[in-house]
Design a binder for this molecule. Sequence first.
Ligand code: NAP
Length: 299
Amino acid sequence: MMKHNSPILLTGANGQVGYEVTRLASERGYALIALTRQQLDIGDGKAVEQIVSQLHPSLVINAAAYTAVDKAEQEIEAAMRTNRQGPANLATSCQIHQIPLIHLSTDYVFDGNRSGAYKEDDPVAPTGIYGQSKWEGEEEVRTRLKQYLIIRVSWVFGPHGNNFVKTMLRLAAERDELRVVADQHGCPTCATHIAKALLSLAGKIKEGIDDISWGTYHFCGLPETTWHGFAETIIKEACNIGLLDHVIPIHPITTSEYPTPARRPQNSALDCHKIMNTFGMKLPNWQEGLTSMLETVTK
Ligand SMILES: NC(=O)c1ccc[n+]([C@@H]2O[C@H](COP(=O)([O-])OP(=O)(O)OC[C@H]3O[C@@H](n4cnc5c(N)ncnc54)[C@H](OP(=O)(O)O)[C@@H]3O)[C@@H](O)[C@H]2O)c1
Protein backbone atom coordinates (compact mmCIF):
# COMPACT_ATOMS: atom_id res chain seq x y z
CA MET A 1 0.00 0.00 0.00
CA MET A 2 1.46 3.37 -0.98
CA LYS A 3 1.67 5.88 1.86
CA HIS A 4 1.06 9.29 0.37
CA ASN A 5 2.86 11.31 2.97
CA SER A 6 5.88 9.08 3.33
CA PRO A 7 9.14 10.33 1.87
CA ILE A 8 10.92 8.94 -1.17
CA LEU A 9 14.11 7.04 -0.29
CA LEU A 10 17.08 7.66 -2.61
CA THR A 11 20.25 5.54 -2.56
CA GLY A 12 23.58 6.56 -4.10
CA ALA A 13 22.89 10.22 -3.24
CA ASN A 14 26.47 11.32 -3.88
CA GLY A 15 26.61 10.06 -7.48
CA GLN A 16 26.04 12.10 -10.65
CA VAL A 17 22.35 11.23 -10.82
CA GLY A 18 21.79 10.91 -7.06
CA TYR A 19 23.15 14.39 -6.44
CA GLU A 20 20.87 15.95 -9.07
CA VAL A 21 17.81 14.09 -7.75
CA THR A 22 18.60 15.41 -4.27
CA ARG A 23 19.11 18.98 -5.52
CA LEU A 24 15.95 19.07 -7.66
CA ALA A 25 13.80 17.37 -5.01
CA SER A 26 14.85 20.01 -2.51
CA GLU A 27 14.11 22.84 -5.01
CA ARG A 28 10.67 21.36 -5.72
CA GLY A 29 9.78 20.59 -2.12
CA TYR A 30 9.66 16.80 -2.49
CA ALA A 31 10.03 14.86 0.77
CA LEU A 32 13.17 12.88 0.01
CA ILE A 33 15.57 11.01 2.24
CA ALA A 34 18.83 10.88 0.31
CA LEU A 35 21.42 8.40 1.55
CA THR A 36 25.03 8.20 0.41
CA ARG A 37 27.04 4.98 0.30
CA GLN A 38 28.38 5.82 3.79
CA GLN A 39 24.81 6.05 5.10
CA LEU A 40 23.45 2.99 3.30
CA ASP A 41 25.51 0.33 1.55
CA ILE A 42 22.97 -1.36 -0.73
CA GLY A 43 25.13 -4.50 -0.82
CA ASP A 44 24.30 -5.04 2.86
CA GLY A 45 20.87 -6.73 2.90
CA LYS A 46 20.35 -6.32 6.66
CA ALA A 47 21.11 -2.59 6.50
CA VAL A 48 18.74 -2.17 3.55
CA GLU A 49 15.91 -4.00 5.35
CA GLN A 50 16.49 -2.01 8.53
CA ILE A 51 16.30 1.36 6.73
CA VAL A 52 13.33 0.42 4.54
CA SER A 53 11.33 -1.00 7.43
CA GLN A 54 12.14 1.99 9.64
CA LEU A 55 11.37 4.72 7.09
CA HIS A 56 8.67 2.91 5.14
CA PRO A 57 9.14 5.23 2.14
CA SER A 58 6.45 5.73 -0.52
CA LEU A 59 9.01 4.88 -3.22
CA VAL A 60 12.66 3.81 -3.44
CA ILE A 61 14.91 5.27 -6.17
CA ASN A 62 18.17 3.38 -6.61
CA ALA A 63 20.87 5.63 -8.08
CA ALA A 64 23.67 3.66 -6.39
CA ALA A 65 25.94 1.64 -8.64
CA TYR A 66 29.47 0.44 -9.18
CA THR A 67 30.25 2.39 -12.39
CA ALA A 68 34.01 1.89 -12.94
CA VAL A 69 33.59 0.01 -16.24
CA ASP A 70 37.25 -0.94 -16.76
CA LYS A 71 38.11 -1.59 -13.10
CA ALA A 72 35.13 -3.96 -12.90
CA GLU A 73 37.03 -6.45 -15.09
CA GLN A 74 39.35 -6.97 -12.08
CA GLU A 75 36.93 -6.14 -9.24
CA ILE A 76 34.24 -8.62 -10.22
CA GLU A 77 33.05 -9.26 -6.67
CA ALA A 78 32.72 -5.55 -5.84
CA ALA A 79 30.81 -4.86 -9.09
CA MET A 80 28.44 -7.82 -8.51
CA ARG A 81 27.90 -6.91 -4.86
CA THR A 82 26.66 -3.39 -5.68
CA ASN A 83 25.10 -3.95 -9.10
CA ARG A 84 23.47 -7.38 -8.60
CA GLN A 85 23.16 -7.95 -4.84
CA GLY A 86 22.30 -4.27 -4.18
CA PRO A 87 19.17 -4.19 -6.35
CA ALA A 88 18.29 -7.70 -5.12
CA ASN A 89 18.37 -6.41 -1.52
CA LEU A 90 16.32 -3.33 -2.37
CA ALA A 91 13.76 -5.33 -4.37
CA THR A 92 13.41 -7.87 -1.53
CA SER A 93 12.68 -5.16 1.04
CA CYS A 94 10.38 -3.32 -1.38
CA GLN A 95 8.45 -6.56 -1.94
CA ILE A 96 8.14 -7.24 1.82
CA HIS A 97 6.85 -3.72 2.52
CA GLN A 98 4.88 -3.26 -0.75
CA ILE A 99 6.91 -0.28 -1.94
CA PRO A 100 7.60 0.47 -5.63
CA LEU A 101 11.21 0.72 -6.83
CA ILE A 102 12.76 2.81 -9.60
CA HIS A 103 16.09 1.26 -10.54
CA LEU A 104 18.62 2.69 -13.01
CA SER A 105 20.42 0.58 -15.54
CA THR A 106 22.55 1.00 -18.63
CA ASP A 107 22.98 0.72 -22.40
CA TYR A 108 25.98 -1.54 -21.61
CA VAL A 109 23.60 -4.52 -21.21
CA PHE A 110 23.73 -4.65 -25.05
CA ASP A 111 26.70 -5.72 -27.17
CA GLY A 112 26.28 -2.84 -29.63
CA ASN A 113 26.23 -4.99 -32.75
CA ARG A 114 22.68 -4.07 -33.74
CA SER A 115 22.16 -1.43 -36.41
CA GLY A 116 19.65 1.15 -35.19
CA ALA A 117 18.55 2.06 -31.71
CA TYR A 118 17.96 -0.67 -29.09
CA LYS A 119 14.42 -1.36 -27.87
CA GLU A 120 13.74 -2.50 -24.31
CA ASP A 121 13.10 -6.12 -25.29
CA ASP A 122 16.04 -6.53 -27.66
CA PRO A 123 18.29 -9.41 -26.58
CA VAL A 124 21.00 -8.40 -24.12
CA ALA A 125 24.63 -9.52 -24.46
CA PRO A 126 26.90 -7.51 -22.15
CA THR A 127 30.51 -7.24 -23.31
CA GLY A 128 32.05 -6.81 -19.85
CA ILE A 129 31.60 -7.36 -16.12
CA TYR A 130 29.96 -3.99 -15.51
CA GLY A 131 27.26 -4.62 -18.15
CA GLN A 132 26.82 -8.20 -16.93
CA SER A 133 26.45 -7.09 -13.30
CA LYS A 134 23.90 -4.42 -14.28
CA TRP A 135 21.90 -6.97 -16.32
CA GLU A 136 21.90 -9.42 -13.41
CA GLY A 137 20.74 -6.57 -11.14
CA GLU A 138 17.84 -5.88 -13.51
CA GLU A 139 16.87 -9.55 -13.42
CA GLU A 140 16.98 -9.59 -9.60
CA VAL A 141 14.50 -6.70 -9.58
CA ARG A 142 12.22 -8.33 -12.18
CA THR A 143 12.04 -11.64 -10.36
CA ARG A 144 11.45 -10.19 -6.88
CA LEU A 145 9.07 -7.31 -7.45
CA LYS A 146 5.97 -6.43 -9.47
CA GLN A 147 5.96 -2.67 -8.95
CA TYR A 148 9.27 -1.67 -10.51
CA LEU A 149 10.51 0.70 -13.19
CA ILE A 150 13.92 -0.12 -14.61
CA ILE A 151 15.21 2.93 -16.49
CA ARG A 152 18.19 2.32 -18.76
CA VAL A 153 20.20 5.46 -19.45
CA SER A 154 23.41 6.06 -21.43
CA TRP A 155 26.58 8.17 -21.47
CA VAL A 156 25.74 10.09 -18.27
CA PHE A 157 27.33 13.46 -17.49
CA GLY A 158 26.49 16.08 -14.91
CA PRO A 159 27.88 18.84 -12.73
CA HIS A 160 28.66 16.57 -9.76
CA GLY A 161 31.15 13.72 -10.04
CA ASN A 162 33.53 12.56 -12.70
CA ASN A 163 32.55 12.06 -16.31
CA PHE A 164 33.62 12.36 -19.95
CA VAL A 165 32.88 16.11 -20.08
CA LYS A 166 35.18 16.86 -17.15
CA THR A 167 37.89 14.58 -18.59
CA MET A 168 37.75 16.43 -21.95
CA LEU A 169 37.96 19.83 -20.22
CA ARG A 170 40.96 18.71 -18.18
CA LEU A 171 42.77 17.21 -21.18
CA ALA A 172 42.01 20.26 -23.36
CA ALA A 173 43.64 22.49 -20.75
CA GLU A 174 46.75 20.27 -20.66
CA ARG A 175 47.26 19.36 -24.35
CA ASP A 176 47.43 20.96 -27.81
CA GLU A 177 45.31 18.28 -29.48
CA LEU A 178 43.15 15.31 -28.54
CA ARG A 179 42.40 11.91 -30.07
CA VAL A 180 38.91 10.60 -29.41
CA VAL A 181 37.10 7.43 -30.51
CA ALA A 182 34.76 8.12 -33.43
CA ASP A 183 33.33 4.65 -34.14
CA GLN A 184 31.21 4.21 -30.99
CA HIS A 185 27.75 5.70 -31.34
CA GLY A 186 25.41 6.67 -28.53
CA CYS A 187 23.33 9.27 -26.76
CA PRO A 188 24.81 11.46 -24.02
CA THR A 189 22.38 12.05 -21.18
CA CYS A 190 22.57 14.88 -18.67
CA ALA A 191 22.17 13.78 -15.03
CA THR A 192 19.89 16.78 -14.43
CA HIS A 193 17.55 15.55 -17.19
CA ILE A 194 17.57 12.04 -15.71
CA ALA A 195 16.73 13.50 -12.29
CA LYS A 196 13.81 15.45 -13.78
CA ALA A 197 12.53 12.30 -15.48
CA LEU A 198 12.82 10.30 -12.23
CA LEU A 199 10.94 12.92 -10.23
CA SER A 200 8.28 13.11 -12.93
CA LEU A 201 7.85 9.31 -12.69
CA ALA A 202 7.77 9.61 -8.88
CA GLY A 203 4.96 12.17 -9.28
CA LYS A 204 2.98 9.81 -11.52
CA ILE A 205 3.41 6.95 -9.04
CA LYS A 206 2.16 9.20 -6.27
CA GLU A 207 -0.87 10.29 -8.33
CA GLY A 208 -2.05 6.78 -9.08
CA ILE A 209 0.01 3.72 -8.33
CA ASP A 210 -2.54 1.43 -9.95
CA ASP A 211 -2.29 3.26 -13.29
CA ILE A 212 1.45 2.72 -13.70
CA SER A 213 2.69 0.46 -16.51
CA TRP A 214 5.53 -1.17 -14.57
CA GLY A 215 8.49 -2.54 -16.52
CA THR A 216 11.69 -1.61 -18.32
CA TYR A 217 12.20 1.68 -20.18
CA HIS A 218 14.92 3.51 -22.09
CA PHE A 219 15.65 7.19 -21.51
CA CYS A 220 18.47 9.18 -23.11
CA GLY A 221 19.40 12.53 -24.61
CA LEU A 222 19.18 13.60 -28.24
CA PRO A 223 20.74 13.79 -30.79
CA GLU A 224 22.76 10.61 -31.24
CA THR A 225 26.50 11.22 -31.66
CA THR A 226 29.92 9.56 -31.19
CA TRP A 227 32.45 10.16 -28.39
CA HIS A 228 34.35 12.24 -30.95
CA GLY A 229 31.27 14.32 -31.81
CA PHE A 230 30.52 14.72 -28.10
CA ALA A 231 34.11 15.87 -27.43
CA GLU A 232 33.98 18.45 -30.25
CA THR A 233 30.75 19.91 -28.89
CA ILE A 234 32.17 20.04 -25.34
CA ILE A 235 35.27 21.94 -26.45
CA LYS A 236 33.31 24.36 -28.69
CA GLU A 237 30.77 25.07 -25.97
CA ALA A 238 33.51 25.50 -23.34
CA CYS A 239 35.13 28.12 -25.62
CA ASN A 240 31.77 29.86 -26.20
CA ILE A 241 31.24 30.40 -22.50
CA GLY A 242 34.87 31.32 -21.79
CA LEU A 243 35.88 28.15 -19.95
CA LEU A 244 38.65 27.48 -22.53
CA ASP A 245 40.43 30.19 -24.49
CA HIS A 246 40.69 28.39 -27.84
CA VAL A 247 39.37 25.36 -29.73
CA ILE A 248 41.96 22.58 -30.05
CA PRO A 249 41.95 19.95 -32.81
CA ILE A 250 40.26 16.67 -31.92
CA HIS A 251 41.36 13.80 -34.14
CA PRO A 252 38.93 10.93 -34.75
CA ILE A 253 40.39 7.50 -33.92
CA THR A 254 39.03 3.96 -33.97
CA THR A 255 38.24 1.77 -30.95
CA SER A 256 41.20 -0.45 -31.86
CA GLU A 257 43.51 2.58 -31.52
CA TYR A 258 42.26 3.12 -27.93
CA PRO A 259 42.13 -0.33 -26.31
CA THR A 260 40.45 -0.55 -22.88
CA PRO A 261 40.16 -3.49 -20.44
CA ALA A 262 36.37 -3.64 -20.99
CA ARG A 263 35.05 -3.67 -24.55
CA ARG A 264 32.45 -0.94 -25.18
CA PRO A 265 29.40 -1.39 -27.46
CA GLN A 266 29.91 0.13 -30.94
CA ASN A 267 26.27 1.17 -30.93
CA SER A 268 24.71 2.32 -27.66
CA ALA A 269 21.73 4.20 -29.09
CA LEU A 270 18.55 3.58 -27.09
CA ASP A 271 15.07 3.71 -28.63
CA CYS A 272 13.00 5.72 -26.15
CA HIS A 273 9.54 5.57 -27.77
CA LYS A 274 8.17 3.38 -24.98
CA ILE A 275 8.79 5.93 -22.18
CA MET A 276 7.55 8.77 -24.42
CA ASN A 277 4.35 6.94 -25.36
CA THR A 278 3.61 5.48 -21.92
CA PHE A 279 4.45 8.46 -19.70
CA GLY A 280 4.19 11.33 -22.20
CA MET A 281 7.83 12.12 -21.63
CA LYS A 282 9.86 14.30 -23.99
CA LEU A 283 13.47 13.41 -24.69
CA PRO A 284 15.93 16.06 -23.53
CA ASN A 285 18.54 17.72 -25.75
CA TRP A 286 21.92 16.84 -24.24
CA GLN A 287 23.55 19.95 -25.73
CA GLU A 288 21.28 22.12 -23.57
CA GLY A 289 22.22 19.99 -20.57
CA LEU A 290 25.88 20.43 -21.46
CA THR A 291 25.58 24.23 -21.60
CA SER A 292 23.89 24.36 -18.18
CA MET A 293 26.45 21.97 -16.76
CA LEU A 294 29.38 24.04 -18.07
CA GLU A 295 27.82 27.19 -16.65
CA THR A 296 27.62 25.46 -13.24
CA VAL A 297 31.26 24.40 -13.51
CA THR A 298 32.34 28.03 -14.13
CA LYS A 299 30.56 29.31 -11.01
N1 NAP B 1 27.90 7.04 -15.63
C1 NAP B 1 27.43 6.64 -16.80
O1 NAP B 1 27.94 7.00 -17.87
C2 NAP B 1 26.24 5.71 -16.87
C3 NAP B 1 25.83 5.25 -18.12
C4 NAP B 1 24.71 4.42 -18.19
C5 NAP B 1 24.04 4.07 -17.04
N2 NAP B 1 24.47 4.53 -15.84
C6 NAP B 1 23.72 4.09 -14.65
O2 NAP B 1 23.11 5.25 -14.09
C7 NAP B 1 23.04 5.12 -12.67
C8 NAP B 1 23.66 6.33 -12.00
O3 NAP B 1 25.01 6.44 -12.43
P1 NAP B 1 25.94 7.66 -12.02
O4 NAP B 1 26.66 8.07 -13.26
O5 NAP B 1 25.18 8.64 -11.21
O6 NAP B 1 26.99 6.86 -11.10
P2 NAP B 1 28.08 7.44 -10.10
O7 NAP B 1 28.29 8.90 -10.33
O8 NAP B 1 29.24 6.52 -10.17
O9 NAP B 1 27.34 7.30 -8.70
C9 NAP B 1 27.07 6.07 -8.12
C10 NAP B 1 26.96 6.30 -6.63
O10 NAP B 1 26.69 5.03 -6.04
C11 NAP B 1 27.46 4.94 -4.87
N3 NAP B 1 27.69 3.55 -4.51
C12 NAP B 1 28.60 2.67 -5.01
N4 NAP B 1 28.49 1.49 -4.39
C13 NAP B 1 27.48 1.62 -3.48
C14 NAP B 1 26.90 0.76 -2.52
N5 NAP B 1 27.31 -0.50 -2.38
N6 NAP B 1 25.89 1.23 -1.77
C15 NAP B 1 25.46 2.50 -1.90
N7 NAP B 1 25.98 3.38 -2.77
C16 NAP B 1 26.98 2.93 -3.55
C17 NAP B 1 28.75 5.66 -5.19
O11 NAP B 1 29.36 6.01 -3.97
P3 NAP B 1 30.81 6.69 -3.89
O12 NAP B 1 30.55 8.11 -4.28
O13 NAP B 1 31.21 6.51 -2.50
O14 NAP B 1 31.65 5.95 -4.89
C18 NAP B 1 28.24 6.84 -5.99
O15 NAP B 1 27.95 7.94 -5.16
C19 NAP B 1 23.72 3.79 -12.34
O16 NAP B 1 22.75 2.79 -12.23
C20 NAP B 1 24.60 3.52 -13.55
O17 NAP B 1 24.83 2.14 -13.72
C21 NAP B 1 25.55 5.35 -15.73
